[in-house]
Structures are given as C-alpha cells and as structure tokens.
Design a protein around this ligand. Structure first.
Ligand SMILES: *Cc1c(COP(=O)(O)O)cnc(C)c1O
Length: 454
C-alpha cells in the first residue's frame, strides 16, 4: 500500500505577547473603535460601502473652538482663514466659514470654490507661486488679498492693476530662517538677504498697489513653537521698519499654517499624541512675540492664521475591510485591506493609527498592512503589532482628515464616498463615490478607434 507523505509546511516562530508583561514592559492592547460619534462603524459601512471616509462635524467645530480660544484669549484681533488645499470638500469649508474663517486659496480652482461657497472676495487670501493673469485680474476686481510670491508676480500685478484701473491689495509672502531645516526658501521673498525689504521699497511708492499685510508659511508639521516666535519677531521688525520709513501701517501679519497634528511621523520615537504642541503652546509663542515687539500699541496688526492640518486631521477617519491575510516568505504576517495609498496619501509620511472596529483577542503579531493596488508601494503600515482579523472584518484608520481628500488619486480603483456626521448624529454623503460614468465623462474616443476585432 502506498502511503501519502504529507506536504512540508515551513515552521513559523512568533513571540506570544498576549497578556503577560515581559522584559520590554507591559504589552499594550490595541483599542478597537466600534463607533464614530456614537454611529456604529458596521452600519456606516453597511449603508455607504467600504472604503469610506467619515468626517465628524463635532470634532471639527470643537478643534476650531479650541484654536480660537487659545489665540483670542491672548490677542485682541485674530482671524483664521481656512486653508482650502488641506480639505476643500464644500461641506468642510462651510463648517469653517460658519465658524468665522476666511478662505485661503492657492489656485484659480480653489478661488472659484471659495466664491461658490459664498465667500466674498474681500475675505479671500490668495497664496501660491502659480497665479495666472486671469486669476490676478479676478482677485483685483473682487478685492481679495494677493499674497505676492516673487518679483515677476509683483510686476504682473502692477500691470493688471494698471489695465483694470483699480488698486490691488497685496501682501508680501516672506521666507526666513526660523531654525527649521530644510528652509522653505522657494516661496516668497527672503528676509535675511534683503529681498523682502527690496520688494517693500518697490511696492510702497507705487500708487497701483496697497501693501496690506506681511505673510509667511514656514513649513508644515512644525513641532517647534520657537520657530513661530522667530517668524513673528521678524515680521514685526519689518512692520516697524515700514512704519518708520513710509509712515505706512501694516493691517495684518499672517503666520500661515504648519501647526503639527497629532499623527505620528514615520520613524518618530514617540507618538504624535505625546509630542504635538497644543494650540496654547503655539498661540503663546506667536502672540507673546507680537505683543512684545516694537510695533506701536495703537497700530497692532490683525493676526491671521491659515492653520490647516491641525484643525481637520483628527476629524477624519477612513473605514475599510480586510480582504485577505497572507504569510510572507520570512514568516511575517501581512494583511490586505481595501484601502490603498491612492486614497491614503498621508501613509507615505505618517504611521497612521489603524485599529480594528470590534474587540479582538489580545494576541497580536508583527503585521504589514497592504492596500489592494497592484503596486509595490501600496503599504499602509510597514510593521505594526496587530491582532489577526478575518476577511470581511473592518478597520478604522484614524486622523486622515487633512490632505487625503484633496491629494487622493484616481488610480486603479474609484475614490470612495465621503460622509459627514452632523452635530445631531445625522449622516450625509458630502462627496459621492466615483463610478464608471463619472470618470468616463472626461474621455473622448476618436472615430477611428471605436471599432476593433480581436
Ligand atoms: C498648505 C498651506 C497652509 C496650511 O498648512 P498646514 O500645514 O496644513 O497648516 C497654509 N498656508 C499656506 C500658504 C499653505 O500653502
């Protein structure tokens, strides 16, 4: 009789880390997230599909009030302007506008969006290095603040104002050394080498332009509050110099965005929730530098903030579904989700907190979390201690509100629904998932390519 030899299965050794403390300390359990604003994750996915972006209006408003409180209790004239590129879904922008924020835009498209959202031109700050002549004409006509990026743009604005016979409201974008490296010196006029002062001296004598503000945006995810103190001090010094030489009062100082959100950067030693400064920390650095500056007290400028990621990151979650588990050649466990980097752009620089939607066993394994794309770069988490989930189980990716819903790519799969949970627990689809017809609408097939035979 022939006996069948059973097939060899490679052994895998895994550290059991459930429950007991070991020499590395107590094992920490991944807390599951069964609901968002009291709405079960399962029912959200059931109704709106997977993957699904979920925004909490409550979290947006609470974060915004925290930021406003931190600044307005320290300085009398504070104005926030919502950074459109951080998340320009109309519903999101309108929450911020209802909270009193102006609009900060960096393209003609974003400008159109702000106008369509009902923001009047005088409340739009127009940043960015790529404004077209049409963009500038519209901004001048509608009385927006044009934040100048370079000399060519300065001359362009002069020309447009001349042709339109209308005075242009401009602000200078200034880059500087704040101790943050690499320096963002590609935007605006440099402070230290005198370029900014040179621009001031071209603008102020020119009757076609009105210099209303000084602006800087020193970078993004800036953990150093001192960098803001340095930036504020330098803008204040310039304000004083302009007052002295031209007897001209600068109406606003704009510190841009850049406050860190509580996400964890890749390779960071401590989690972002521990290292991210609070709004109070940033506000203290900025307002103290302004108040202590040489600006005359009756000429104190309005303080504008274009905070983006720190105001919206926490308010967004991305829900997804496990498609498969797979053992890699080296024995590592991998999990494939229906969430790809095409919709989670920020996974390139954040270690996003991915958690299961329901209670799991304490047993975890070192797991690599992949997306569904047929691309090697489609990695959501390189290595994370994760419980073993089954196909069909759901996960929640936390803190995805900033930049994902604008930088996402239509690549390989459709972009999913985005819902917002309102203040009363009502759920609205604020951006419909793409489908075949919404995408093919943009394509055209030339006549000679319509037919083929295989
Ligand atoms: C992107 C951007 C912001 C917002 O930056 P965050 O880092 O998200 O706060 C603000 N101002 C300007 C000019 C920007 O380009």
């Amino acid at each position: 009789m022939e006996t069948r030899k059973s097939t060899f299965e490679r052994p895998v050794i895994n550290r059991v880390n459930a429950g007991l403390p070991d020499k590395f300390g107590m094992h920490s359990k991944l807390r599951s997230m069964p609901e968002i604003d009291s709405i079960p994750v399962e029912s959200l996915i059931g109704l709106y599909g997977s993957p699904l972006f979920v925004l909490s209006e409550k979290t947006i408003r609470e974060t915004m009030s925290d930021a406003k409180r931190a600044f307005t209790t320290r300085y009398p004239k504070v104005q926030f302007a919502w950074s459109y590129k951080t998340n320009y879904l109309d519903a999101v922008c309108r929450v911020f506008h209802q909270e009193g924020s102006w609009a900060e835009v960096v393209s003609g498209f974003e400008y159109e969006k702000a106008v369509a959202n009902g923001v009047e031109g005088q409340f739009i700050l127009f940043n960015g290095p790529g404004k077209t002549t049409e963009d500038i004409d519209r901004a001048i006509t509608q009385g927006s603040m044009i934040h100048l990026d370079h000399f060519d743009e300065l001359f362009l604005v002069m020309g447009c104002a001349e042709r339109l016979g209308k005075r242009a409201k401009v602000a200078l974008r200034i880059n500087m050394d704040t101790g943050i490296y690499p320096r963002w010196d590609r935007f605006g006029f440099n402070y230290e080498n005198g370029e900014a002062w040179q621009a001031v001296n071209k603008i102020l004598p020119d009757s076609r332009l009105e210099l209303v503000g000084l602006h800087t945006h020193i970078g993004t995810y800036i953990l150093s509050t001192n960098a803001y103190a340095v930036a504020t001090t330098k803008l204040a010094e310039l304000t004083v110099r302009i007052q002295r030489k031209f007897n001209h009062t600068i109406k606003y100082i704009d510190l841009g965005g850049g406050f860190a959100s509580r996400n964890t950067l890749k390779g960071a030693y401590l989690p972002g929730t521990d290292t991210c400064p609070s709004f109070d920390n940033y506000a203290e650095a900025i307002t103290a530098s302004l108040v202590n500056s040489e600006i005359q007290h009756d000429k104190m400028p309005m303080l504008i903030l274009e905070t983006g990621r720190a105001l919206i990151d926490d308010a967004g979650c991305l829900l997804g579904t496990v498609l498969a588990n797979k053992r890699l050649v080296d024995g590592r466990l991998s999990m494939i989700l229906d969430i790809g980097v095409n919709m989670l752009f920020t996974s390139f620089w954040y270690e996003h907190a991915v958690v299961p939607s329901k209670e799991t066993s304490d047993y975890t394994e070192n797991t690599t979390i992949y997306g569904p794309l047929c691309m090697n770069i489609d990695v959501i988490r390189d290595a994370v201690q994760f419980p073993v989930l089954e196909r069909g189980d759901h996960v929640v990716v936390n803190r995805v509100g900033a930049y994902n819903m604008t930088q996402w790519l239509q690549f390989i799969t459709y972009r999913p629904n985005v819902v917002m949970i309102g203040m009363k627990g009502d759920v609205d689809v604020i951006r419909k998932a793409e489908n075949y017809s919404s995408l093919s609408m943009h394509e055209h097939i030339p006549d000679h390519l319509i037919h083929f035979r295989l």
